[in-house]
Write a protein that binds this ligand. Structure first.
Ligand SMILES: [Zn+2]
Length: 251
């Protein structure tokens, strides 16, 4: 229990003498309390919305959005990137799971006891490394070649990122304008989803991973989904499927 002897002085009736390190903590607490706004003892207590720019403080959705944006920053930007409306919701949802490191890999299923101990937890692409999320989506030599071929077509040099979060941050930091920006931002989501779809086909339907086949599928999905979702996209499905290298900087 702490009693306030005056608006600025606090009295803590501790039951024993404080240790030296606790005195430091008490000093920190008093410093914190002294920096708090003084209370108007003669006024009734009530709730206010402190983030409002209006006076008197009124709650609005826009003020909540501004407050969240200022505190969450990058987190908000990645959410906006993932839920961009240019790709189907299933693709955004999977990308969101991957960003949160929540996809159900074989290693994860083993860990929670869903997969039997005798079941394989090896990556179905390289058939060598354990199937961790970052491995199957980024670091597996097969996945790395897919990312590298795409990056190469957009004429970048890069180093594979350590996590999906790092990947999306890097991707967002690359600035394009107009339609190129919309295409560029959809690509990592489509690649992540396509890698996982192929992974499932390998695990459950005994498909064989093919670099050429997956690369073609990624381009076809990009073309069909973006033509369907972006109004007035100036590229044809053929351009989006076969001429990626020529697209950059044309819009
Ligand atoms: Zn692998």
């Amino acid at each position: 229990m702490a009693r306030k002897s005056s608006p600025t002085n606090w009295n803590f009736p501790f039951r024993r003498v404080l240790f030296t390190w606790e005195l430091e903590e008490e000093a920190n607490l008093l410093g914190l309390l002294s920096s708090a706004p003084s209370l108007a003892i003669d006024k009734a207590d009530h709730l206010i919305w402190a983030s409002a720019s209006t006076s008197p403080s009124v709650f609005t959705v826009s003020s909540l959005y501004s407050a969240s944006n200022s505190t969450l920053g990058l987190h908000f930007k990645i959410c906006r990137h993932i839920w961009n409306g240019a790709v189907p919701p299933k693709v955004s949802f999977f990308s969101w799971l991957a960003w949160k490191n929540k996809i159900k890999t074989a290693v994860f299923m083993h860990r929670i006891g869903i997969l039997d101990v005798s079941a394989s937890f090896i990556c179905p692409f390289c058939c060598f490394e354990p199937e961790f999320a970052a491995h199957i989506l980024l670091h597996c030599p097969f996945s790395w070649l897919i990312w590298s071929s795409i990056i190469n077509e957009w004429r970048f040099s890069w180093c594979i990122q350590g996590s999906v979060d790092d990947l999306l941050q890097w991707w967002m930091a690359v600035k394009f304008k107009n339609f190129d920006r919309l295409i560029w931002r959809a690509i990592p989501l489509i690649v992540l989803w396509s890698l996982w779809k192929l992974r499932n086909e390998c695990v459950f339907a005994e498909a064989q991973p093919s670099l050429f086949g997956l690369s073609e599928n990624i381009k076809i999905r990009t073309a069909l989904w973006l033509k369907a979702s972006i109004k007035d996209l100036p590229y044809s499905v053929d351009d989006l499927t076969f001429n990626w290298r020529q697209i950059r900087g044309c819009s």
